[in-house]
Ligand binder design. Structure first.
Ligand code: AMP
Ligand code: TRP
Length: 351
C-alpha cells in the first residue's frame, strides 16, 4: 500500500557523520580538552559515527621539529584515548596517512577564491606583527585543506571551538561552489557544532586572549601533561580582579578573567554557570581558586595518568593510528574517486 503523502519520509542524502581534527603542533591544553576532546567523546557516546584526526599536515604549515612532531602526534593520540575515545568505535588516525586529504585539498585550492582566503582572520592573526610574505603558502591554504578533511568523508557535523567558526563557513562556501560549478549535489553543507560553556577557554594570564598551546608563557595554560601541583599552582597564580564572585552571569560581562575561571568550573563540573554562581556568589578568589584547582586535578589527573601509561608503548599507538587510517581510507577513497569523475579526471577503473 502506498503511504499517505504526509507519511512519506524524504530520504536525507547525507547520513550524520562527525569529523574533527586537532593539530599535533604542541601539547594539548585545557582549551583543547574542554572545547574539543571532551565533546568528541560525548558525540562518540551518543552513537553517531565519529572520525577524529591528528592533522599533521596542518601542523607543518609552521615549521615543526620532526622528532617533536612524531612525539606530539603520538601524545595527541594518547590524549584522545585517555579522554575516552575508543579506537574501535571512533576512527582515530593521523591525516598524512590518508592521501585523499591532500588530493581533495588541491582540488579545493582550485575552487576556493583568493578573496575568500584573504578574509581569514586566523591567517591574519598568525602573521600579525610578522612579515606575512615569509609565511608558508601552506598556512595561507590551510582552510582549504581543512575543508578537504571534512568533505572527503561527507561529514555533516564538525565539533570545534569558537576560533574555527570562520574556517567552517569557508568549508560551506567551498561545498556550495563546487556543487554549483559542476551542477551536482555532491558535497554536504556542514553544520558547525560550537556548544557549551567552554567554546573559548581564555589564557590564565590575560582573559582577552585564547588559551593556546603556542603561547610563549607556560603559565597561561594548563597542559594535559601537567602534574597536580603544576595545575594547582597555575590556577593559584591565575590573573583575577579584586571583587568577589557575583550572583549572575550578566555581572561577569566586563570581568574577563573571572568569567573565564567560572566558565572553566562550569565546563569541568557539568553544572551551568548559573548553578556555579549560586554556589559561589560572594566568595573571594581565595576560596574559589582552591576549589577550581581540586576540580581540575580530579578531572584531568586520570586523563594524564592514562596518557602517561599509553605513551610507554609508542609502537602500540602507531598501530592504532595505522588501523584507523585504513578505515578512514576506505571511506575517503570512493568519495575522492567520485569527485575526480565529476571534475573530469581520468583514473584507471573509471569508465
Ligand atoms: P588546535 O589546537 O588549534 O588544533 O585546536 C583543536 C581544537 O581545539 C579546535 O576545535 C579548537 O577550536 C579547539 N580549541 C583550541 N584552543 C581552544 C580554547 N582555548 N578554547 C576552546 N577550544 C579551543
Ligand atoms: N584548524 C583546526 C584547528 O586549528 C584543526 C583542523 C584541521 C580541523 N582540520 C579540521 C578541525 C577539520 C575540524 C575539522 O583547530
Amino acid at each position: 500500500m502506498t503511504p499517505a503523502p504526509s507519511a512519506v519520509q524524504t530520504p536525507k542524502p547525507f547520513k550524520p557523520r562527525i569529523f574533527s581534527g586537532i593539530q599535533p603542533s604542541g601539547g594539548l591544553t585545557l582549551g583543547n580538552y574542554l572545547g574539543a576532546l571532551k565533546r568528541f567523546v560525548e558525540k562518540q557516546d551518543e552513537g553517531i559515527e565519529t572520525i577524529y584526526c591528528l592533522v599533521d599536515m596542518h601542523a607543518i604549515t609552521v615549521w615543526q621539529d620532526p622528532e617533536k612532531l612524531r612525539q606530539q602526534t603520538r601524545e595527541g593520540a594518547a590524549a584522545f584515548i585517555a579522554a575516552g575515545i575508543d579506537p574501535a568505535r571512533s576512527i582515530l588516525f593521523n591525516q598524512s596517512q590518508v592521501s585523499a586529504h591532500a588530493e581533495l585539498g588541491w582540488i579545493f585550492n582550485c575552487v576556493a577564491r583568493l578573496g575568500w582566503m584573504n578574509r581569514m582572520t586566523q591567517f591574519k592573526d598568525k602573521t600579525a606583527g610578522k612579515n606575512a610574505e615569509a609565511a608558508s603558502l601552506g598556512l595561507y591554504a590551510y582552510p582549504s585543506l581543512m575543508a578537504a578533511d571534512i568533505l572527503t568523508y561527507h561529514a555533516t557535523m564538525v565539533p570545534v571551538g569558537d576560533d574555527q567558526k570562520q574556517h567552517l563557513e569557508l568549508c560551506r562556501d567551498i561545498a556550495i561552489k563546487f556543487n554549483n560549478d559542476y551542477g551536482v549535489d555532491f558535497f554536504p553543507v556542514v553544520e558547525p557544532l560550537i556548544e557549551g560553556a567552554a567554546t573559548r577557554v581564555m589564557s590564565l594570564r590575560d582573559g582577552t586572549k585564547k588559551m593556546s598551546k603556542s603561547d610563549p608563557s607556560d603559565q597561561s595554560r594548563i597542559n594535559l601533561t601537567d602534574s597536580a601541583d603544576q595545575i594547582a599552582a597555575k590556577i593559584r597564580k591565575a590573573k583575577t580582579d579584586p571583587e568577589p564572585l557575583p550572583d549572575t552571569a550578566e555581572a561577569l560581562k566586563d570581568r574577563p578573567e573571572a568569567k573565564n575561571l567560572v566558565n572553566i568550573y562550569s565546563a569541568l563540573s557539568g553544572q551551568t554557570v548559573a548553578a556555579v554562581l549560586v554556589e559561589f556568589a560572594g566568595a573571594q578568589f581565595g576560596t574559589f581558586k582552591p576549589r577550581l584547582a581540586d576540580l581540575a586535578v580530579a578531572k584531568l589527573g586520570p586523563i594524564t595518568d592514562a596518557m602517561n601509561r599509553l605513551m610507554t608503548d609508542p609502537a602500540e599507538i602507531d598501530r592504532t593510528l595505522g588501523k584507523g587510517a585504513a578505515r578512514a581510507e576506505a571511506l575517503a577513497r570512493p568519495i575522492l574517486n567520485k569527485t575526480k569523475d565529476i571534475v573530469g579526471m581520468i583514473r584507471s577503473g573509471s569508465e
